[in-house]
Design a protein around this ligand. Structure first.
Ligand code: UDP
Length: 251
């Protein structure tokens, strides 16, 4: 069988050429990295869980009219997505203080923010994805003012959707990161949500116990990462159940 053409390999995913023009196959690896890839590990089952969870969130977003790159899941680790031109920004939405904003502004972890805060980081691993403002984004032409208006309103819709879905299963959406891409229909350009939405890119805390169910488990050595991600998947009904009631990573 001819080998597929690899388009791009990142820290947690690989993109291959898709079966039709304008499509790509997104493969979820088991690799986990943190602190700008200073900490690395292979965590069995993570890719399978993130493939399912990203499918779940992106399908829901498509259904409420937030366009995403997701077309359909192909198998345990792969999904078919629309090819797009990635905007070189990490768009972060925060509802509660955690992570870098605590250090930067001296906030106590877990404090509810007065309103959702949207931040942007320039995607550049060598620079450690620095925080940038709309001034930088406009001046360097990474996105236009119209793009930024669309990005903010889409990011806030994603936040409302994700917060509601997680609240319904007893989980607090503390913050998350999303990426946007451009697609072209003739002369017409549209922005879509791309990359992934998974516990790798969100902070998720159990509402009652405060237990962390996201990548902080790996960043801070708080336990088993697949157990945490499986718990999120189980609560959302995302993984098929085995007879003993535990979610299965097969299929
Ligand atoms: N995040 C991410 N990729 C990054 C940086 C951050 O997915 O390269 C996510 C992170 O998991 C969290 C949110 O964005 O849900 C905010 O992260 P923060 O700025 O607090 O950075 P961190 O503390 O992770 O360095």
């Amino acid at each position: 069988m001819a080998r597929r053409k690899k388009i791009y390999e990142g820290k947690a995913k690989i993109l291959y050429e898709g079966p039709e023009p304008g499509t790509l196959v997104q493969y979820f690896k088991d690799d986990a990295t943190a602190f700008n890839a200073e900490k690395k590990a292979t965590i069995e089952g993570k890719g399978v869980l993130n493939n399912r969870l990203s499918e779940f969130f992106m399908t829901g977003l498509n259904q409420i009219g937030v366009p995403t790159h997701f077309i359909r899941r192909l198998n345990m680790r792969e999904q078919l997505v629309r090819a797009c031109e990635i905007i070189p920004l990490e768009v972060i939405v925060r509802n509660y203080a955690a992570g870098s904003i605590c250090k930067r502004l001296g906030l106590e972890e877990g404090m509810q923010l007065p309103r959702p805060i949207v931040e942007y980081c320039y995607k550049d691993d060598a620079l450690g994805d620095p925080l940038v403002t709309e001034e930088h984004i406009a001046a360097f032409g990474w996105a236009s003012q119209q793009d930024m208006d669309d990005i903010v309103s889409l990011a806030l819709r994603v936040n409302d959707f994700m917060s509601g879905v997680m609240l319904a299963v007893g989980i607090r959406l503390v913050d998350f990161k999303i990426e946007f891409g451009r697609i072209y229909d003739g002369d017409f350009m549209r922005l879509i949500v791309a990359d992934e939405i998974s516990p790798d890119s969100c902070r998720l805390w159990d509402i009652k116990t405060g237990q962390k169910l996201d990548k902080d488990v790996f960043r801070r050595d708080l336990g088993d990462l697949t157990d945490a991600y499986s718990e999120v998947a189980r609560r959302l009904g995302v993984l098929p159940k085995m007879p003993h009631g535990k979610p299965t990573l097969i299929n």
